[in-house]
Design a protein around this ligand. Structure first.
Ligand code: ADP
Ligand code: ADP
Length: 229
């Protein structure tokens, strides 16, 4: 079964229809990149996956389990889904290491030693082994976003959702974040990524989904969707 399965999704804000009858499936290990013009509903679709947005009709299943808008259930589903936003959203008063440890201890109930070990391993993985004791505001935007990715990974998510993760970065810092995402994709992580970085889409995506006019206009391999004659 698909890890994420969305059927006939309708999402409105007031009278404005943002998603109209959208179907999307994401298999385990698949990297799906959502592209399309601003306002097409990419971010909304992404946020529906973990129940950050409530849909008006349709069904969403995560690992076969239907999403219901009930706090306990949503928390349980969200604990299995990692999300990275455009703004890095680190806790400014906590050192990098504590940013990475906190939810591991508080939500997953890991021991501090275990959480620290996992945090240190992930900092190495995102190329920041020497930043454990730094505060977020001492880091570049690219470094902060890599910490945010590490923090999400620390929870051992089954899927990672990225909502324009490089859009707030200075151009020279975009590559280091995409590189981390690329490695993650190569390592088999299931990912759904909203981005305008076509080079990333071309190289990292198993499937590119083009959104327009409240729905999916086209989807296929990067070659099929991006290399029009
Ligand atoms: P994209 O990510 O493709 O740029 P969004 O999903 O952010 O598109 O937005 C889709 C549409 O929904 C836009 O027209 C946007 O103005 C509208 N929208 C998004 N969030 C809200 C909200 N909280 N309230 C009202 N309208 C919203
Ligand atoms: P490559 O060796 O693949 O041509 P680089 O060495 O320039 O690419 O960057 C390393 C990886 O980071 C690349 O595989 C690429 O996917 C990603 N990357 C770096 N910068 C960008 C960018 N501006 N847009 C998309 N992907 C990028």
């Amino acid at each position: 079964e698909p890890l994420v399965e969305m059927r006939d999704i309708v999402k409105k804000y007031g009278d404005t229809v943002v998603l109209q009858g959208v179907d999307l499936e994401v298999d385990r290990g698949e990297v799906v990149v959502l592209i399309g013009p601003s306002g097409a509903g990419k971010s909304t679709l992404l946020r529906c996956i973990n129940g950050l947005e409530r849909i008006q009709s349709g069904t969403i299943r995560f690992a076969g389990e239907e999403l219901v808008y009930q706090e306990k259930h949503l928390n349980q589903i969200r604990s299995r889904i990692g999300m990275v936003f455009q703004s890095f959203n680190l806790f400014p008063h906590l050192k990098v290491i504590d940013n990475l440890m906190m939810a591991q201890v508080d939500v997953l109930g890991r021991s501090k030693e275990e959480a620290r070990e996992r945090a240190e391993r992930l900092l190495e993985r995102v190329g920041l082994p020497d930043k454990a004791d730094a505060y977020p505001d001492k880091l570049s935007g690219g470094q902060q976003q890599r910490v945010a990715i590490a923090r999400a990974l620390a929870m051992d998510p089954e899927v990672m959702l990225f909502d324009e993760p490089t859009s707030a970065l200075d151009p020279e810092l975009v590559g280091e974040v995409l590189q981390v995402m690329r490695t993650l994709a190569d390592d088999g992580m299931t990912m759904v990524v909203v981005t305008h970085e076509m080079r990333f889409a071309r190289r990292a995506a198993d499937r590119v989904v083009l959104m327009a006019d409240s729905g999916i206009a086209e989807q296929g391999t990067p070659e099929q969707v991006l290399e029009h004659p």
